[in-house]
Ligand binder design. Structure first.
Ligand SMILES: Cc1cc2nc3c(=O)[nH]c(=O)nc-3n(C[C@H](O)[C@H](O)[C@H](O)COP(=O)(O)O)c2cc1C
Length: 209
């Protein structure tokens, strides 16, 4: 099986916001689709290890900012490359709250969708949430950004200049899908990216300067 065939599936890119107790948090996701009408239901898939996943399990609701083509890599990095367990991602960042108290972005977003979880299924790496849409609003007329746009236009390209590899020592490995860096010389064959769940074959070496 060529799992790269799955990369031809199309996705959007979202900021998935949640609240639990008095803490708010959000992470980047690329997995959301409408799965039913009347009532309108959507499905999202969230890495079980993500702090946001636990918050949604606890609160039973979430909000999606549908990112548009104006989104910057800085915003993706802020919400997708670090965990709310370690940092307050909303510190010094402009946001709004929906009716459930979940945080969303007005800038860089073309729509906001609030939802309440109606069922969930543990898929191992990910939790699949099916949720009823409780509110939705258009925020801008800009087009939504796609996951392909993120890969091809927003994510910085790795340095074009390749070092003389035989002479350079490998000091780490970078996930080509989400940019996560593992700073150790050896990459285990069964390693899976802790951020986006992609396997070892999607990592490229980082050489010493
Ligand atoms: C472009 C991109 C797409 C991502 N897609 C998903 C996704 O669909 N589901 C998911 O759980 N995490 C996804 N992630 C990873 C999370 O955003 C990342 O693990 C984040 O640091 C989790 O933060 P948290 O621990 O505060 O929830 C994606 C990251 C990027 C950069």
């Amino acid at each position: 099986m060529d799992t790269k065939a799955l990369y031809n599936l199309s996705y959007g890119v979202f900021i998935l916001g949640a609240k639990a107790g008095n803490r708010i948090n959000a992470c980047v996701t690329n997995t959301c689709m409408q799965v039913a009408n009347d009532p309108v239901r959507i499905a999202i898939s969230v890495l079980n290890r993500n702090h946001t996943c636990q918050m949604i399990k606890d609160s039973g609701s979430f909000v999606l900012s549908v990112l548009d083509k104006s989104v910057s890599f800085e915003t993706i990095k802020r919400f997708g490359f670090q965990s709310g367990r370690d940092v307050d991602k909303f510190k010094d960042f402009e946001y709004s709250l929906d009716a459930n108290g979940n945080p969303y972005l007005k800038k860089e977003s073309c729509a906001v969708i609030s939802a309440k979880v109606v069922s969930s299924q543990d898929l191992g790496t990910h939790m699949l949430f099916v949720a009823e849409v409780t509110d939705a609003e258009i925020l801008s007329s800009r087009a939504p950004v796609t996951y392909a746009d993120y890969q091809n236009e927003i994510k910085p390209k790795p340095a074009a200049q390749k070092p003389a590899q035989s002479e350079k020592k490998i000091i780490g490995w970078r996930c080509k899908i989400c940019g996560y860096e593992l700073m150790q010389a050896e990459l285990p064959a069964d390693y899976v990216c802790p951020l986006c769940g992609h396997p070892a074959e999607d990592f490229e070496p980082i050489y010493e300067a």
